[in-house]
Design a protein. Structure first.
Length: 587
């Protein structure tokens, strides 16, 4: 998100950016919500100009990386607690196994990071509002971006923690704020986003700067916010069909992957959303999604699949809000490429030096049609690690007759069929391992400037146009507009060469609802979306526990009621006198 801003300011005013970056922290020995007025950079230090306003905005974007993504806590804290995501036990740790208090640095990072982002946005907005020499359109857009970032921070927080303290943008003292109801927090999020829509540039405006959020970003996030509320407010007992089940049948070396089971889950009440009108909220979700689709706030399109995850397209119109980083930079760095792809022994090498740990389960892979590009091209089918160099070995995926024959020449019964073919006809001895070494590893984050460094410049998407289309499909289905829902669903499916949905197949509201939720699991895999879909639909506990223990890599997936919300950090409880107790099960 901030890459273009950083590069431009480096050319014009490096010192100014560094001043803002380092001197506008969330400094406090008290609550993490607190700002320290004595430490803030003010107009007399920064200046009063269009450039100064832009620098305040850039300094706020920087919080998304520094304190949040750069330490590896993100996307971990948003991603690892889900049914279809897996990795080595040592990486997932107690957090991945459901003990959210077991790794305080991880749970603290979400609370601290988001309130740091909110605090920075509050300070920046006050400073820009006080400026006298800023062009009106520049001021409006800058404040709109800050309102968007503030709303985004609260959206991440309310999904994870429920009731929250709200630190108003015009308050610089008294930080012992009590938690506000979930409905009140969402009202504040919506207020900020609706104001941001009217203030920001469209992505078609000449003044719009690629890599920043725009009016369309705010409209798209509004649709997602309303859909989150709406699904959460749906009546308990609402049915959702999920394809899931235990990972293996049998034990030890003789175990085999268990086939997908179709399970009908009944929605549990989502705490904090009682009394909200799902119908009204879905009407708002459909309204805002349609505004984006119609082009009211800019131009947005689905990229061709072969172009979707190209580094050169990281700021294309499908990516409505994303995090861009700087290759090899010590500060503006993330571990996304390392965690999902692994960095190489040399740039362009065939061998992974380290990483490539996080992937999806076999049950996730089996959701797809055979020729769906999201598994044909979107999943690694062959890869090699540094220890394979001397032994001429490599991994293949998945363990099916089709891929076993292509990779080894033998089927799964040990019968010789012929020489390896296609990408496997390279003289390497490929094999499969039933552990975290062989998962459905994504290719979404492969294309980087230098794939031989740990902090490569992978693009992390927070909101894509595909999300808006599936939100529209979801909302229209719940509102009874089946044809409109299927049309939007098929736009996403068609892009990936998936079999198109029909009203004959999805002939009930429950079937179409379930197909849309499953499509989200396929489309947004490894984008930190799955857990929050399970939570808002009230089926998180059923989906996790349907796995009957551990996943493909042995990560424990058993969950209980306390896992529905994250625990508030102990440091916040100890300093904020207005918060008397933690979330249920975490006291």
């Amino acid at each position: 998100m901030i890459k273009n801003s950083i590069q431009n300011i480096e050319k014009k005013a490096v010192g100014l950016l560094l001043t803002i970056f380092f001197l506008v922290p969330l400094v406090s020995c008290e609550s993490w919500i607190e700002e320290d007025p004595e430490s803030q950079v003010t107009i007399d230090k920064v200046g009063d100009s269009d450039e100064a306003a832009a620098s305040w905005v850039t300094g706020t974007y920087s919080k998304l990386i520094y304190d949040m993504f750069c330490w590896g806590y993100f996307p971990r804290v948003l991603e690892f607690d889900a049914d279809y995501i897996s990795g080595p036990d040592w990486l997932f740790g107690t957090f991945g196994a459901g003990n959210f208090q077991g790794e305080s640095a991880v749970t603290d990072a979400l609370w601290k990071g988001c309130y740091g982002l909110i605090s920075r946005a509050n300070t920046a907005e006050r400073e820009i509002e006080a400026m006298k020499n800023v062009t009106e359109s520049v001021r409006n857009n800058a404040i709109g971006e800050l309102k968007f970032l503030r709303a985004f921070g609260y959206f991440l927080l309310v999904r994870a923690y429920g009731e929250l303290p709200i630190q108003s943008e015009d308050v610089t003292t008294d930080y012992n704020n009590p938690r506000q109801s979930v409905a009140t927090v969402y009202e504040y999020i919506v207020k900020n986003l609706e104001e941001a829509v009217d203030l920001m540039y469209r992505n078609t405006d000449a003044a719009y700067q690629k890599g920043h959020v725009s009016a369309g970003s705010a409209a798209g996030l509004l649709a997602k916010v309303y859909a989150t509320e709406a699904a959460s407010a749906m009546p308990s007992g609402t049915e959702v069909i999920v394809r899931t089940g235990k990972a293996y049948e049998g034990t030890g070396d003789d175990r085999t992957y268990a086939p997908l089971q179709t399970k009908a889950f009944k929605k549990n009440t989502v705490a904090g959303y009682e009394g909200l009108s799902a119908q009204t909220l879905y009407e708002k979700a459909a309204e805002w999604a349609e505004k984006v689709i119609r082009g009211d706030y800019g131009k947005y399109d689905l990229l061709d699949y072969d172009q979707l995850w190209r580094k050169a397209n990281s700021n294309a119109s499908e990516f409505m809000f994303s995090l861009n980083t700087v290759s090899g930079d010590a500060t503006y760095k993330v571990s996304v490429h390392q965690q999902y792809e692994g960095y190489r022994t040399a740039n362009g090498s065939d061998f992974i030096q380290e990483g490539g740990w996080v992937g999806c389960t076999r049950h996730w892979y089996d959701l797809f049609d055979h020729d769906d590009l999201r598994i044909v091209k979107g999943v690694k089918h062959r890869w090699r690690v540094k220890t394979h160099r001397e032994s001429n070995l490599g991994f293949y995926y998945p363990q099916t007759d089709e891929y076993a024959i292509m990779a080894t020449g033998y089927n799964l019964h040990g019968q010789y069929v012929g020489s390896p073919t296609g990408i496997f006809a390279d003289g390497v001895n490929y094999y499969y391992s039933k552990d975290s070494q062989c998962l459905a590893f994504t290719t979404k984050y492969e294309d980087v400037t230098n794939d031989a460094i740990a902090n490569a410049d992978a693009n992390w998407p927070f909101l894509r146009y595909a999300d808006v289309l599936l939100i529209y499909a979801e909302a229209q289905n719940e509102l009874g507009a089946t044809d409109e829902a299927i049309e939007a669903l098929n736009k996403v499916r068609k892009r990936s060469n998936a079999i198109l949905a029909t009203s004959a197949e999805l002939n009930t509201q429950t079937k179409l609802r379930s197909a849309i939720i499953e499509e989200r699991a396929k489309e947004f895999a490894c984008e930190a979306d799955r857990r929050w879909d399970l939570i808002r639909w009230g089926i998180y506990l059923q989906a996790m526990n349907a796995m009957e223990g551990s996943d493909d890599a042995g990560v424990l997936k058993t969950r209980q009621e306390r896992n529905l919300l994250f625990p508030i950090p102990v440091a916040e409880l100890n300093t904020n006198r207005s918060i008397a107790e933690n979330n249920p099960g975490w006291n």
